[in-house]
Design a protein around this ligand. Structure first.
Ligand code: UDP
Length: 475
């Protein structure tokens, strides 16, 4: 080497292994993160269950085909459930434990045989303890990507305090009692009511169970090098501060909204990864509708409706007189009652039902003026990015708290939780869609929130720090 010449040190790009809970609402943000990593030049291995792989591998492979060969690898392992298992409704919870017993033995082998890619330098996973065990055994740093909101993460953290303060139990309470405030969650004293507590805790109010669950959640979180959340400071800043103070020294990365972060990247392929086939004809139908005239209805990928709930929602929508587009997943209605008047709305040209919609495109369509949602966190963020106000009808888990924040804190929607009656649905849809003070206010707040979300991704600090931190890992 000549004097004055600097030695060129080639640093291998990081190789991140991503392992989500293999259901739509967890796979979507993790795929977005995977794509952002590919754009940053990382190698990515993405793990699905065989079941999920069979549903989405064509779409995912197509999506990542724009990246150089070997940058993205899709692998699969069994989830331990029979094919006919619904992996929906309350039974979706069985997926975590079955995955643990069937996937754990294979995971180590899969990490070590990395098919022509460099060795794995970082693992990002849902809150799977068993993945953390394997990562520690192999001495690979790992992070948890909790795919729900910070407000629900924090409220769950504080469940032992709620129980200790005697604000449980809430099972069997009257309507009025359910509206009483819950004061024992720091930062949420004037926000949370008993009815906003996720259904699981409404029923299982055992203080020992609560303590044990939270203790292990905190301990697990602290094992990780970092916790990633699909949220942003200007949306959930005060709550993020509370979480930070409890997790230190584990780093918190609020890098959302990932959907918008990806939209900003000119080379991103985007989309691709739906568990059901998208019905794109609904976009043509939307093209024929006036601006801001359609209510988009979707209850996400896990919710199951009873036939009665379906009828009430349906007739409420029809009676409101507003147009609607309903993404009603196949096999998402349980129970045997039928209502042969259904379909009339479709006949009148008022509504259109599809099995699965290209939701982000739908929400961004000029004809869509409102969203009747189950308040899943991805759907909530997608609505925020599109500036579309919501009616929230949460089904379970984090959705109960998300819907409270949407209505009470961010004021970009109306919370209809715990009610499913056609008169209420009709009234709420009218409130959301018809010109007047309420709609003007919701639209104005939704517009401001959209701008805030765009600003959050333009100033990418947490995301840039995450990229730097992963680059700096040396094994
Ligand atoms: N989704 C979709 N088409 C549909 C319904 C839902 O693409 O017809 C997508 C939606 O865009 C979101 C995800 O499925 O990204 C659902 O995630 P969310 O967290 O909202 O709810 P979950 O399904 O986890 O309850």
């Amino acid at each position: 080497m000549e004097e004055g010449e600097e030695e060129q040190v080639t640093v291998a790009p990081p190789h991140v292994l991503i392992f989500p809970l293999p259901i739509q609402g967890h796979v979507n943000p993790m795929l977005n993160l995977a794509e952002l990593f590919c754009l940053a030049g990382f190698h990515v291995t993405f793990i699905l269950s065989h079941y999920a792989y069979n549903r989405i591998h064509h779409a995912v492979t197509a999506r990542f085909s724009t990246y150089p060969a070997g940058k993205f690898s899709l692998r699969s392992i069994p989830d331990g459930l029979p094919d006919e298992h619904p992996r929906a409704g309350a039974r979706v919870l069985e997926l975590g434990s079955s995955l643990k017993s069937s996937a754990k033995p294979l995971l180590k082998q899969l990490i070590l045989t990395h098919q022509g890619q460099p060795s794995v330098t970082c693992i990002i996973t849902d809150a799977f303890e068993f993945v953390a065990d394997v990562a520690e055994e192999l001495r690979i740093p790992f992070m948890f990507f909790r795919t729900f909101s910070a407000c629900s993460f924090w409220a769950n953290f504080c469940v032992p305090q709620i129980a200790q303060a005697g604000e449980f139990p809430i099972q069997g309470m009257s309507h009025e009692e359910m509206d009483r405030p819950v004061r024992s969650v720091p930062g949420m004293e004037d926000i949370l009511r008993r009815r906003d507590i996720p259904r699981f805790w409404r029923v299982n109010c055992d203080i020992n169970l609560a303590k044990q669950t939270m203790k292990s959640a905190i301990q697990e979180s602290r094992r990780a090098k970092g916790i990633i959340l699909n949220t942003f400071e200007s949306l959930e800043g005060p709550i993020l501060s509370h979480i930070r103070s409890h997790l230190e020294p584990t780093r918190l990365y609020p890098i959302g909204p990932l959907q918008a972060r990806l939209l900003r990247k000119p080379n991103s392929a985007g989309g691709g990864g739906g568990f059901w086939k998208e019905d794109n004809n609904c976009m043509t139908w939307l093209d024929a509708q006036p601006d801001d005239s359609v209510v988009y209805v979707s209850m996400g990928s896990v919710t199951e409706l009873t036939q009665t709930q379906l009828n009430e929602l349906w007739h409420g929508l029809i009676n409101s007189g507003h147009r609607f587009l309903w993404a009603l997943r196949p096999e998402s209605v349980v129970g045997s009652e039928t209502d042969d008047r259904m379909g009339q709305g479709q006949g009148q040209g008022l509504g259109r039902v599809v099995g699965w919609a290209p939701q982000e495109d739908v929400l961004g369509h000029r004809a869509v003026g409102g969203f009747l949602t189950h308040s899943g966190w991805n759907s909530t963020l997608e609505s925020i990015i599109a500036g579309v106000p919501m009616i929230c009808w949460p089904y379970f888990a984090d959705q109960f708290i998300n819907s409270r924040y949407v209505s009470r804190v961010w004021k970009i929607g109306i919370d209809m939780k715990d009610v499913c009656h056609r008169l209420t649905v009709e009234k709420t849809v009218r409130e959301l869609m018809e010109k007047g003070e309420k709609r003007d206010d919701l639209l104005q707040k939704a517009y401001c929130m959209k701008q805030t979300a765009i600003k959050a991704v333009n100033n990418g600090s947490s995301f840039d720090i995450l990229i730097q931190d992963i680059r700096s890992i040396i094994i």
